[in-house]
Design a protein around this ligand. Structure first.
Ligand code: PLP
Length: 460
């Protein structure tokens, strides 16, 4: 007979054996983990039966929402028929081939090829390997340097964390690895004082040109960026930024890589973030939304400029993963992408809930704690600020974001805090009525945070 475990039982076993990712183990053991037991649509239920509105889509991935039977059926069928076979040694499985074909259809026209991985981090490792292989094949082996941005997130493997610009990650493990360097992020609130957003976008893009010239254009292999930085706090660049980045990459022949792990598959209101932000990458990393997180899958879309060289110049690319093209993951991805198409979720974000959310966020700007509130498709950020009139931020030590996040959990809302930016990225299936429900919760949590700030005398 199995015993029904209580929350306390789960927490004790968790603390005894499970090292969580990105977690202070001692801190967690003291508090006890929140145990999530089930989910449906945009809602989660914890082990105490509390219902929570998941405004973060799990971890930016459950684009079609929870409980989609078509994905469950696709996985079940594939597991019964062929749970695994690899794609090494000149073999392939039907789901991997069909997914490659479908990805070529839904991605921008320069993409006709895909390299599969098991996650976004692995996809970015592939990017580093592939970009350097490309330049080797072209007889320019000195082109090894990849340029990224501070506060970027590109995953947590050695290459992924090196490409990322998170100083806390670089401080552990001797990162970044050689020949990866960073420029400042296009964050207007931090770097754009005294400039219009459009002016600042051009200034921030030209930091790339300065860096290319400092490194030496003949040594620069590629530039990588998220169309909208996700984990960094939903940093939405000015409209002028990406077209100028594109111009600079073209000028120096530098490959342009779009990390679409969050922005891909409808998040920004187009299929891919580069389409919303207006640029034409040579490579695109994807993961998360490709399967809506139901099973792990990642990969890299390889543009014709690179595919042509890799394929036509021949020779073995000494790189791959056991799970590159995993048949179950690919079968789920096929069902997921078909569902996004059938339910017209990209159009739903672009024409309906995206603009609706933008209007609701704009209305938040009246709130005494809100310095700004902005969205791109179904990603949004609320900047909490100490003094609106003087534009003064809260001191970091106040951890105002964490205070607000605590209220969110208690009120049944998952909203993430990145410093003083409260961020959301709800499932694309969210309706207007559900956005109203989410906004009411957000307002309540902002009010509770404001009450704390007033009571604590943090506002003066
Ligand atoms: C989550 C994320 C990754 C890493 O993906 P994993 O599947 O966690 O390895 C890479 N890039 C971006 C932009 C991400 O948000």
């Amino acid at each position: 007979m199995t015993m029904q475990r209580t929350t306390q039982d789960w927490q004790a076993a968790d603390a005894a054996h499970f090292l969580h990712p990105f977690t202070d183990f001692q801190g967690l053991a003291k508090k006890g983990a929140r145990i999530i037991e089930r989910a449906d649509n945009i809602y989660l239920w914890d082990s105490d039966g509390h219902k929570i509105l998941d405004a973060m889509s799990g971890l930016w991935c459950v684009n079609v929402g929870y409980g989609q039977q078509a994905l469950v059926d696709a996985a079940t069928r594939q597991m019964q028929q062929l749970p695994f076979y690899n794609a090494f040694f000149q073999t392939a499985t039907p789901p991997a081939i069909e997914l490659a074909e479908l990805l070529a259809e839904v991605t921008p026209p320069q993409f006709q090829h895909v390299f599969f991985s098991g996650s976004g981090s692995e996809g970015n490792d592939t990017v580093v390997r592939m970009v350097r292989r490309y330049w080797d094949l072209l007889g320019q082996p000195q082109r090894k340097v990849l340029i990224s941005r501070h506060n970027a997130y590109h995953g947590s493997t050695m290459a992924g964390a090196s490409l990322g610009g998170m100083s806390g990650m670089h401080a552990q493990g001797g990162l970044p690895i050689p020949d990866i360097t960073h420029i400042e992020q296009p964050y207007w609130f931090e770097h754009g004082k005294g400039m219009s957003r459009d002016e600042f976008g051009l200034v921030a893009a030209r930091w790339l040109e300065d860096k290319i010239l400092a490194v030496g254009p003949e040594r620069v292999a590629a530039f990588i960026g998220e169309p909208v930085q996700g984990a960094g706090g939903v940093i939405i660049p000015p409209a002028t930024y990406w077209p100028e980045i594109q111009r600079i990459c073209d000028k120096y022949g530098v490959l342009l890589v779009s990390d679409e792990v969050i922005c891909g598959f409808g998040r920004t209101g187009r299929w891919f973030g580069c389409e919303t932000l207006g640029f034409r990458p040579d490579l695109m990393t994807f993961a998360k939304g490709v399967t809506s997180g139901y099973v792990p899958l990642g990969g890299v879309m390889v543009g014709d400029r690179i595919a042509k060289v890799l394929v036509e110049q021949g020779g073995e690319f000494n790189h791959g993963y056991t799970y590159s093209g995993h048949p179950v993951a690919c079968a789920v991805a096929l069902a997921n992408i078909r569902l996004i198409r059938e339910q017209r979720l990209v159009e739903h974000v672009h024409d309906d809930v995206g603009p609706y959310l933008a209007a609701q966020f704009a209305a938040l700007r009246d709130h005494p704690l809100v310095g700004d509130a902005e969205t791109c498709g179904l990603m949004g950020a609320i900047l909490l600020i100490q003094d609106k009139a003087k534009n003064t931020p809260f001191p970091e030590s106040r951890e105002i974001g964490m205070v607000c996040r605590g209220h969110c959990f208690r009120e049944g809302l998952i909203m993430r805090a990145v410093g003083d930016r409260m961020i959301i990225a709800p499932p694309l299936v969210i309706t207007r009525t559900q956005i109203d429900e989410m906004m009411a919760l957000i307002r309540r949590c902002l009010d509770l945070t404001l009450a704390d700030a007033r009571a604590g005398g943090w506002l003066s």
